[in-house]
Design a protein around this ligand. Structure first.
Ligand code: HEC
Ligand code: HEC
Length: 294
């Protein structure tokens, strides 16, 4: 399978910058229980593009190939390996890391690992069920990654990042899925983290209060595409703004599922496809972005 995809990538036209392989969309195994399948879907949308290694599992990789100015940052091996991965972590330890960034040894994960303080307790349970399952993606991989080395800029980035988050004292309620606005906001802010890239400041991403991130959803953050060229994340607040005013719901769906813009070109890395989002999820995201008033 890997060989096949290498070949596909080699023959993919230059304009096609969207790697479905990267998104890891292809394998939600059918024999998983529903909870694990729900967790697998969350992981496919939120973890796989950073953590997927060469063996196809979440065995880790050099995360910042396109941004080498930060040093060499490795997204960890998060398979069930007890030596290289997170096979010894308890559910509580996983939740603490995912919500606050605090590791079992008390150290704080680098800011390049996102935080999920607003994820509902229900979704968090599904995600952890998946991480501890025998799904192919998390089966033990002994892939040993080199030590992360931060450059001066990387170290600066680490110190600029806001302080530690706290564990919520109460379970985090699930969003009201009958409210399109609330449900869309939950996906954009708490799970898919669209706001993290589509606002104005990467060092000042506010995972706890996303709307406090400078220029929330109005774009401006800078990235490099796979050719090393600078690109900017556009505003995605529709209607009132410059961002994606012309997008119909169908356009938006094609963009999110396949990465293709209305003009036929493809969005570039680091924007990833979300092939496993349902029609309903895409629709509520669209409605939220259409309704939100900056
Ligand atoms: C933008 C890239 C990115 C995304 C998305 C991402 N991670 Fe990470 N993750 C990292 C990096 C980089 C590290 C290493 C942090 C460090 O060295 O302190 C990491 C570390 C971790 C660790 C700590 C492992 C250890 O041994 O210390 C866990 C657990 C983890 N990630 C799980 C997840 C899960 C689950 C998701 C999805 C919900 C996810 N990550 C999404 C980049 C990412
Ligand atoms: C890792 C950062 C990142 C994340 C996460 C992200 N985006 Fe993007 N997105 C970008 C960048 C960068 C571009 C510009 C790509 C280009 O110029 O081709 C982009 C482009 C887009 C576009 C195309 C706009 C246009 O100009 O036609 C839309 C729409 C979009 N993103 C919506 C979303 C939504 C909705 C989410 C969450 C489900 C999301 N993005 C998550 C970085 C990201």
């Amino acid at each position: 399978m890997l060989t096949a995809s290498v070949i596909t990538m080699a023959f993919t036209p230059m304009t096609y910058r969207f790697s479905m392989e990267e998104s890891g969309y292809e394998d939600i195994p059918v024999n998983d229980s529903l909870d694990i399948a729900k967790g697998a879907k969350l992981a496919q949308n939120t973890c796989v593009h950073c953590h997927r290694g060469d063996d196809g599992r979440l065995s880790g990789r050099l995360y910042n190939k396109t941004e080498p100015q930060f040093g060499k940052i490795y997204a960890s091996n998060i398979t069930q390996s007890r030596t290289q991965g997170i096979g010894n972590w308890t559910r509580e330890e996983l939740e603490l890391l995912l919500r606050t960034g605090v590791k079992p040894n008390g150290k704080t994960a680098l800011p390049f690992m996102p935080r999920f303080p607003l994820m509902s307790s229900e979704d968090m349970e599904y995600l952890i069920d998946f991480l501890q399952s025998d799904n192919f993606l998390v089966q033990p991989s002994e892939n040993a990654l080199p030590q992360t080395e931060l450059s001066l800029i990387g170290t600066l980035g680490k110190w600029l990042f806001p302080k530690k988050l706290l564990m919520p004292e109460m379970p985090v309620p699930s969003p009201d899925t009958t409210s399109e606005y609330e449900y869309g906001k939950y996906l954009v802010d708490a799970v898919l983290h669209c706001f993290a890239c589509h606002s104005g400041s990467l060092p000042r991403i506010n995972f706890q209060n996303p709307e406090m991130t400078p220029n929330y959803l109005l774009g401006g953050s800078k990235f490099k595409n796979l050719d090393g060229q600078k690109i900017e994340a556009p505003s995605i607040v529709t209607k009132q703004n410059t961002g994606i005013n012309d997008y119909t719901l169908d356009d938006f769906k094609t963009l999110l599922q396949y990465g293709q813009k209305p003009d036929g070109t493809y969005v570039q890395y680091p924007m990833m496809p979300y092939p496993s989002l349902t029609e309903k999820e895409i629709a509520v995201i669209y409605i939220y972005l259409n309704t939100y008033k900056p």
